[in-house]
Design a protein around this ligand. Structure first.
Ligand SMILES: [Zn+2]
Length: 403
């Protein structure tokens, strides 16, 4: 008990520090103030982090090489119509997650040599849910018009009766609310505990979500969401839970200690703590650099997130949110051609035939669903308007342009 009290006192102190880009620290504190079960349970995470740092956890719980599928629901909550963001913008963010969590980002070449060996693939694949909590088809996106301004800075965003929208069951879905937050905040997230916060999920400002549409430079490369997803899977900021000295740990032995956030785009090397020979790892996703200047998770960070998907977020592995929860290989399992298309497009399955295929327009409206009969399907596009569409199979979503 003494350990828990000490922990909570420390947290109270740490989370009072004002931050801008990411409000995880402050919003975590709000949740802990109001939710006793979450507050009691967050100590589990600290204990897990301590054991991880001390090397007390066996490798086989986290290093088996599996690719984990993470079902996502995106709740678009908009005050201004412009923030009713397109399906294409949502897909641009999912694409960035899948690229960066699997170490397929081209800018990893920018990683300084001294940190290069630490870079790692997390092995998570993010997929928009295709089943809602009732088991019905969904695009994995909900849309709610609200009369509450800056709803992301209130407690209303996760309450349908207050102008927001209730989360879908948090054990089975990564809930993401895209809504105005106000101020300089780009996003925030809730760290995982055995007992979930009622707010569990990620909140993102439209100006930092995805790579097109409402996304604004220098936060238009989708990296804020990568950072917040790191928190969702248990990662701390590089400076630990408090900025302002060089002694607080983020529990990761392969990230140098850091005095506080590095904003903008630093030159290597940058030193904030005199005892760290390598200087700061300011290009890590868990620092505060602008989107073009962050490009790595480390081996230990990847291992810890894989530990979390096997412990406090293990229910995501047994989710009912996807028609076919399966290990999804990085390479495509189906191809569309020609693309762009005008009247007829072919959908060819390279491995298995999908159980179901859906055609969705750019606003997320379902046009039709069918059960493919063969490995090569011809889809008639002649009735469709010109524009971007999505062809969703049970394992991936393909972008289709109709001319
Ligand atoms: Zn953060």
């Amino acid at each position: 008990m003494r350990k828990i009290l000490t922990f909570l006192l420390l947290m109270n102190c740490f989370w009072a520090v004002a931050q801008h880009k990411c409000a995880t620290t402050e919003k975590m504190q709000e949740a802990l103030n109001h939710e006793d079960a979450y507050k009691a349970s967050i100590a589990d995470l600290t204990e897990l982090q301590r054991q991880f740092e001390a090397g007390e956890i066996a490798n086989n719980t986290r290093d088996d090489g599996s690719i984990y599928t993470i079902p996502v629901v995106v709740h678009v909550v908009y005050y201004d119509e412009v923030n009713n963001i397109s399906m294409e913008q949502i897909h641009s963010q999912i694409d960035v997650l899948n690229r960066d969590f699997n170490l397929r980002n081209a800018d990893q070449s920018e990683i300084p040599a001294v940190f290069s060996e630490a870079k790692a693939s997390v092995g998570f694949n993010f997929v928009l849910a295709d089943k809602d909590p009732n088991g019905s088809f969904t695009t994995g996106v909900t849309r709610t018009k609200t009369t509450v301004q800056d709803i992301g800075d209130t407690e209303f965003y996760y309450k349908s009766l207050a102008g927001g929208i209730d989360p879908w069951p948090q054990p089975h879905y990564l809930n993401v609310w895209v809504c105005d937050i106000g101020g300089l905040v780009l996003g925030y997230s809730f760290l995982p505990a055995t007992e979930k916060s009622k707010r569990d999920g990620i909140v993102m400002a439209p100006r930092a979500f995805g790579t097109i549409g409402t996304a604004v430079s220098p936060y238009n490369l989708g990296r804020t969401m990568v950072h917040e997803t790191g928190h969702y899977f248990g990662l701390q900021h590089l400076w630990g839970s408090e900025s302002g000295d060089c002694n607080h740990t983020d529990y990761m032995s392969d990230t140098p200690n850091q005095f506080g956030p590095n904003n903008g785009c630093k030159n290597f090397p940058t030193y904030s703590c005199p005892n760290e020979a390598t200087g700061d790892m300011f290009m890590n996703y868990m620092d505060y650099a602008t989107d073009g200047c962050m490009y790595l998770f480390t081996e230990r960070q990847a291992s810890f997130m894989r530990l979390v998907i096997n412990t406090s977020r293990v229910s995501l592995q047994h989710s009912t949110a996807l028609t076919s929860v399966q290990e999804i290989e990085v390479e495509n399992k189906a191809v569309l051609y020609p693309n762009p298309a005008s009247d007829l497009v072919h959908l060819e399955f390279l491995n298995q035939i999908s159980d179901q295929v859906s055609l969705i327009d750019v606003r997320g409206v379902l046009i039709k669903t069918w059960r493919p009969k063969s490995k090569l399907e011809a889809i008639d596009m002649s009735d469709l308007d010109t524009g971007v569409y999505f062809v969703k199979t049970s394992s991936e979503t393909l972008r289709l342009v109709v001319q």
